[in-house]
Write a protein that binds this ligand. Structure first.
Ligand SMILES: NC(=O)c1ccc[n+]([C@@H]2O[C@H](COP(=O)([O-])OP(=O)(O)OC[C@H]3O[C@@H](n4cnc5c(N)ncnc54)[C@H](O)[C@@H]3O)[C@@H](O)[C@H]2O)c1
Length: 249
């Protein structure tokens, strides 16, 4: 066990799988009390059991990030259990691959409500406790696709681009109130979400990634860990790309 997050209480949304799950393990292993939230209850409970088995301290809360009522419950449960909230990782997300004409209003709204509105709701719900902590940190998981465009993914690009600028706006708003807010922008990472991509798509991106492979969830969690730790005390309203160099081309 390390101590880079000693004394922190971290909420990690979408913590039952993939990048969020890696965050939950890593944060707990660095001394944070971890609140794993997700709509996938069984997987979320499994993550918490595994963390406890590793000697960490974590709880699971069932949570739909699009619901303001659920957010209020997450905040209350966290404060009841651990007495504070110092850290929020807005990670929950979904992708869909539809172009401008194929996309439906329902599909568009679903991606935006989870990937974009959910991030704002999380910052809003947790902010009073984060301010109270005097040393709060938020990491919003956007995507490389929140910085660059690709064809036929209109809702996802829109929502992830919005997360990038909401992060800058909120980071500036709270800079003098003791809360740092940054965004992380993963390239292609081996998770169940990436399993929804076609093999051809993955092969093409991997072949054109300068570092020559897909990323792993831990590569994203490691960046977030730094941003949520006190080591990053001079960093806010900024964006951090973790993509094997793909987006630089
Ligand atoms: N995997 C990649 O290549 C990649 C690349 C860039 C960005 N991202 C982003 O990283 C984040 C994590 O993705 P991942 O790859 O680990 O995917 P994943 O599917 O493994 O995990 C996403 C988690 O979010 C949860 N979730 C979905 N809707 C939710 C809701 N309404 N409320 C609460 N939880 C909900 C899912 O149940 C799941 O556990 C997402 O925001 C995604 O957009 C992923």
């Amino acid at each position: 066990m390390g101590s880079r997050l000693e004394g922190k209480v971290a909420i990690i949304t979408g913590g039952a799988s993939g990048i969020g799950e890696a965050h939950a393990h890593l944060y707990a292993s660095e001394g944070a009390k971890v609140v794993v939230t997700d709509i996938q209850e069984e997987l979320g409970a499994n993550v918490v059991r595994a963390i406890e088995g590793e000697g960490g301290d974590a709880i699971f809360v069932r949570h739909d990030v699009t619901s303001e009522v659920d957010w209020a419950n997450v905040v209350k449960t966290t404060v009841d259990q651990y007495g504070a909230i110092t850290t929020l990782v807005n990670n929950a997300g979904v992708a869909n691959f539809s172009g401008v004409e194929e996309e439906t209003l329902e599909g568009f709204n679903r991606v935006v409500s989870i990937c974009q509105t959910g991030v704002w709701l999380g910052m809003k719900a947790c902010m009073p406790e984060l301010k109270k902590s005097g040393n709060g940190a938020i990491v919003n998981i956007s995507s490389l696709y929140g910085i660059i465009g690709t064809p036929s993914m209109v809702a996802y690009h829109g929502a992830k681009g919005a997360v990038r600028l909401m992060t800058k706006s909120a980071g500036l708003e709270y800079a003098k109130q003791g809360v740092r807010i940054n965004s992380v922008h993963p390239g292609i990472i081996k998770t169940p979400l990436a399993d929804t991509l076609t093999a051809d798509y993955i092969a093409e991106i991997t072949a054109t990634t300068p570092l020559g492979c897909m990323g792993e969830p831990i590569d994203i969690a490691t960046m977030s860990l730094f941003l949520c730790s006190d080591e990053a005390k001079f960093i806010t309203a900024s964006e951090f790309v973790v993509d094997g160099g793909w987006g630089a081309q």
